[in-house]
Design a protein around this ligand. Structure first.
Ligand SMILES: [Zn+2]
Length: 172
């Protein structure tokens, strides 16, 4: 569905957000705006839920390590583990939230979402290559607070506890 008022040209540049605001009819603009606010990349609500829980469980971690591929959300240096907390729409999770498709500005959104997924794959591969054990907690999983602590615990179990796969020693 294309916005009225001559906004049919696909916009690939970063002013697409501004263009959407200016030219998209009100209802679509509201949807876009709600979506934009949900997909802020750092300190999102799902991420804060995971951080609070993990911290409360006694795990110590760094956040948003820019020196690592993909700027991981939670980094557990001692455990050599990384957790990304991904928004389902933004990172195209195979779930109800992730299946929602943009209805306006497709020329902007579709390539952008595809790039996100590609970047995720590349970051995970690079981190694994460097000896990190990488997991993802999805936004939809943070909406099940009763099972989230068990999930976090399972992801952060050390290899030693699991039975001793040796981990490469890489300086932090
Ligand atoms: Zn999901």
């Amino acid at each position: 569905m294309l916005p009225k008022g001559g906004g049919s040209r696909p916009r690939a540049t970063s002013d697409a957000r501004v263009a959407a605001r200016a030219k998209t009819p009100r209802s679509a603009r509201e949807i876009l705006s709600a979506r934009m606010s949900r997909i802020r990349k750092t300190n999102t609500k799902p991420e804060m839920i995971v951080r609070r829980l993990a911290h409360g469980m006694g795990f110590r971690f760094r956040v948003h390590r820019r020196d690592l591929p993909g700027t991981p959300d939670l980094v557990f240096p001692v455990l050599r583990k990384i957790i990304f907390v991904h928004g389902c729409f933004w990172h195209q999770h195979d779930c109800r939230l992730g299946a929602k498709q943009p209805t306006a500005n497709l020329g902007y959104w579709l390539p952008k979402l595809a790039r996100n997924v590609e970047r995720d794959h590349q970051s995970r591969a690079a981190l694994a290559e460097a000896g990190w054990d990488v997991s993802v907690i999805w936004e939809c999983q943070t909406r099940a607070p009763e099972s989230l602590p068990a999930l976090i615990l399972a992801l952060l179990k050390t290899d030693l506890q699991r039975g001793g796969r040796s981990r490469p020693k890489i300086p932090l």
